[in-house]
Design a protein around this ligand. Structure first.
Ligand SMILES: CC(C)(COP(=O)(O)OP(=O)(O)OC[C@H]1O[C@@H](n2cnc3c(N)ncnc32)[C@H](O)[C@@H]1OP(=O)(O)O)[C@@H](O)C(=O)NCCC(=O)NCCS
Length: 158
C-alpha cells in the first residue's frame, strides 16, 4: 500500500492538542509546550494536523506575512519517521503557499538537525542567514539556527 497517499491533512482543533503535544514530546528534544500551540490558534496561524488511519501522526504550522510564508513547526511522530511523510508535509505547505500567492518561503533549522536540513536542501531551500543562540538545548544551553529560504515562481508546483 502507498502509505504517503493515505495521509490526510486537516486544520487542527483544540481537541487535537493532547495528540499533538504527545507527538511533539516524542519527537523533539526541546518540544513546544501546550500553550505555544494554543497561541497558534489565537494568532490564527495555519495549524494543520496529519492523520494516518484516523490517528494524528504529525503536525505542520506556518504563518503568512505579506508575500512570505514562514514555517514554524513540522513534526512527524518518531515512530513514523523515514517513510516520506515529512517530505509530503513540506509539499503540502509549498502547494498551499503557491495557492495563496506567496513568493518566499522561510524556515529555521538547528545546526544539529541534519535530517531536517537535508530535507530542506533537497527541496531547494538555501541558507540565507544564521540566528545566533536561537534554540534552547536540553541542558539549557543554546544552539544556532540556520535561516533557509526558497523563492517560489508562479509556475512552480512541488
Ligand atoms: C524532520 C522530519 C519532519 C522529516 O520527516 P520524515 O518523515 O522523517 O522524513 P522523510 O521520510 O519524508 O524524508 C525526507 C528527507 O529527509 C531527509 N532525512 C530524513 N531522515 C533522515 C536521516 N535520518 N538522516 C539524514 N537525512 C534524513 C532525507 O533528505 C530524506 O529524503 P530521502 O528519503 O529522499 O533521502 C522528521 O524527522 C521530524 O519530525 N523530526 C522531528 C522534528 C523536527 O526536527 N522537525 C524539523 C524542525 S526544523
Amino acid at each position: 500500500m502507498d502509505l504517503v497517499s493515505s495521509l490526510f491533512f486537516r486544520l487542527a482543533v483544540e481537541s487535537d492538542l493532547a495528540d499533538v503535544v504527545a507527538n511533539e514530546e516524542a519527537s523533539y528534544e526541546v518540544p513546544w509546550r501546550r500553550q505555544m500551540f494554543l497561541d497558534c490558534f489565537a494568532e490564527q496561524f495555519e495549524f494543520w494536523v496529519i492523520e494516518y488511519q484516523g490517528q494524528v501522526v504529525g503536525h505542520i504550522i506556518w504563518q503568512h506575512v505579506l508575500d512570505e510564508s514562514h514555517l514554524l513547526n513540522i513534526c512527524i511522530v518518531r515512530t513514523h519517521q523515514g517513510k516520506g511523510w515529512g517530505r509530503e508535509a513540506m509539499s503540502f505547505w509549498l502547494d498551499s503557499s503557491i495557492n495563496d500567492d506567496k513568493s518566499v518561503l522561510l524556515l529555521e533549522v538547528r545546526f544539529s538537525n541534519e535530517p531536517a536540513h537535508s530535507l530542506y536542501l533537497s527541496l531547494g531551500f538555501r541558507e540565507v542567514g544564521v540566528r545566533k543562540n536561537y534554540y534552547r538545548l536540553p541542558d539549557d544551553g543554546k544552539e544556532d539556527g540556520r535561516v533557509m529560504a526558497k523563492t517560489l515562481c508562479s509556475s512552480e508546483s512541488s
